[in-house]
Design a protein around this ligand. Structure first.
Ligand code: SF4
Length: 213
């Protein structure tokens, strides 16, 4: 059994509930989506094939408690489900970053799913798999990346319509870097008293989005 990987690296988690925690990232290659503001286009193709055993060995080398499986779109590779289970069996706190277009039904119950819902400004809104919403669990997270006021209003509608704040531990609102001023998004959230977590991507603040950090 092999998976195609773009990189494995050790850094601080840049976002979501464990932001700031030392984490090993396993970045799987390939994504069927094309968000206009994607910041990991280098993971769309290429990569190298890794056996499950080699991935587990490399992850173990870093001695971290947290492992994040990301992409690209990790769930586009069916063996991702086996990898997630194996990482949980090995005792790691595992999270999965998924773009929201693929079925999350087969994901190991122990994994914290961080699922995007793509706003209109991404140009991928039509691919949101809304059938995933009833599958969300209290330890999961939902992420919105917002480019403008239209995206914000849509995210607010989805929050309300699907009762997201009650379904998951964290609903994350992030601005698209260079498109929506972080302070503006923060002001809207405060004004509307939204039950969400505002976040900036820590790795971009620390290392200016350098690859592998
Ligand atoms: S789903 Fe993620 S990796 Fe794929 S295009 Fe969108 S932002 Fe990029």
């Amino acid at each position: 059994m092999e998976l195609r990987l773009t990189e494995i690296f050790f850094s601080l988690q840049g976002e979501a509930r464990t932001v700031g925690c030392p984490t090993v990232f396993v970045r799987l290659t390939g994504c069927p989506q094309r968000c206009v503001w994607c910041d990991t286009e280098y993971a769309f193709s290429g990569g190298e094939k890794w056996s499950l055993a080699a991935i587990l060995e490399e992850v173990g080398r870093h001695g971290a408690r947290y492992v994040t499986v990301t992409g690209g779109e990790p769930l586009a590779q069916p063996h991702c489900l086996t990898l997630l289970g194996a990482l949980c069996d090995a005792g790691y706190q595992v999270s999965l970053e998924t773009g929201g277009a693929m079925d999350i039904a087969g994901v190991d119950e122990r994994v914290s799913v961080v699922m995007d819902l793509k706003a209109p400004g991404s140009a991928e809104q039509h691919n949101n798999r809304l059938e995933n919403i009833p599958l969300l669990r209290p330890h999961h997270q939902v992420k919105f990346v917002l480019a403008d006021r239209r995206d914000y209003d849509w995210a607010r509608f989805m929050l309300d319509q699907h009762n997201l704040a009650e379904r998951v531990s964290d609903v994350l609102f992030s601005p698209v870097q260079g498109q929506l001023a972080p302070g503006q998004l923060a002001d809207w959230i405060i004004e509307d008293r939204l039950p969400v977590r505002f976040q900036l991507q820590l790795h971009k603040l620390l290392w200016d989005d350098a690859r592998g950090r």
